[in-house]
Design a protein around this ligand. Structure first.
Ligand SMILES: NC(=O)c1ccc[n+]([C@@H]2O[C@H](COP(=O)([O-])OP(=O)(O)OC[C@H]3O[C@@H](n4cnc5c(N)ncnc54)[C@H](OP(=O)(O)O)[C@@H]3O)[C@@H](O)[C@H]2O)c1
Length: 270
């Protein structure tokens, strides 16, 4: 079976200049989409735009911080002016700053909420009216299995991702009648610049809990997300481990709690 096509669709991807977002951009561009990629850093955006253009579709790249609603609105207006009406949105910008909760400073806590949750709310608030106007489309929200399972050391991050899971559920109900499909993307541990940065901050217990898990290539993750969106899957999970984890936390949460207690026995480093 050939790959599902996104031919002629204009898709906006926040965080489209690196990691999973960039690989999603390549995957959708290969399948015929026109892409708008948004992120803060100009240099990576320009490099990404040049690479993406090689797939033959149209590409627009603009610099903005998703926590700045005014600039985001301007970028989305420019994207429409450049590439026309919007057919899909991947709200993907996000990051994890792990650590013992009592050691994370208020600025780190707030910034994760701002980027991961508020940035997604702003992105969708600005684009859903445009999708409605255009007769529907899709939104994909990049969450994490850590929004389902409480992972030691992921306090603020896990809370923002749990909120995104809930947001997806609500928006699906609110906008189904407008022809807007809502997908929740749950990446496994994926080899990206963001992942490389976060593992350096893992407390000893977080390492112990997550050790042994596979690290996925972002290209594979992007391919499966694109397939899942095309097949209208609501929740797109990748890899046996993530499926098992989601099953356990839903149907036998005591097993996850027991595993975490076992891995963290002896207390914290503090
Ligand atoms: N990698 C994993 O193992 C993993 C697992 C589960 C979930 N996730 C989720 O997947 C998403 C992508 O993660 P990733 O690992 O691909 O991250 P990444 O490698 O750090 O890439 C993040 C992208 O988002 C952009 N970005 C960051 N902050 C932004 C902001 N405030 N405004 C606009 N753009 C911003 C970055 O560009 P600039 O820095 O230039 O802005 C970059 O393009 C995140 O939501 C993450 O939580 C990742």
């Amino acid at each position: 079976m050939g790959k599902a096509s996104f031919r002629g669709q204009h898709v906006i991807i926040t965080g489209g200049s690196a990691g999973i977002g960039l690989c999603m951009a390549h995957e959708l561009a290969r399948r015929g989409a026109d892409l708008t990629i948004l992120a803060r850093g100009r240099e990576r955006l320009d490099a990404a735009r040049a690479d993406l253009a090689a797939h033959g579709g149209r590409v627009f790249a603009d610099s903005c911080d998703v926590t700045d609603a005014e600039t985001l609105a301007v970028c989305i207006d420019r994207a429409r002016a450049e590439l026309g009406p919007i057919d899909g949105v991947v709200a993907n910008s996000g990051y994890c700053h792990p650590g013992y909760f009592h050691e994370l400073n208020p600025a780190d806590l707030k910034r994760q909420v701002d980027v991961n949750l508020t940035g997604c709310l702003y992105t969708l608030r600005l684009t859903i009216p445009l999708l409605r106007e255009n007769g529907g489309g899709f939104i994909a929200i990049t969450s994490s299995p850590a929004g389902n399972a409480g992972v030691f050391g992921f306090s603020a991050y896990g809370a923002t991702k749990a909120a995104l899971n809930h947001l997806a559920h609500i928006l699906r109900a609110e906008y189904a009648r407008d022809g807007i499909r809502v997908h929740l993307l749950l990446p496994p541990d994926t080899d990206t610049p963001g992942y490389e940065r976060e593992v350096l901050l893992y407390p000893r217990e977080t390492k112990a809990i997550l050790e042994g898990g596979r690290l996925f290539a972002p290209e594979r993750v992007a391919r499966q997300f694109a397939d899942g969106i095309a097949r209208n899957k609501k929740r797109i999970t990748i890899g046996f481990e993530a499926h098992l984890l989601l099953f356990i936390v839903r149907y036998c949460p005591f097993l996850w709690d027991t595993y975490v207690r076992w891995k963290t026995r002896g207390g914290t480093d503090q």
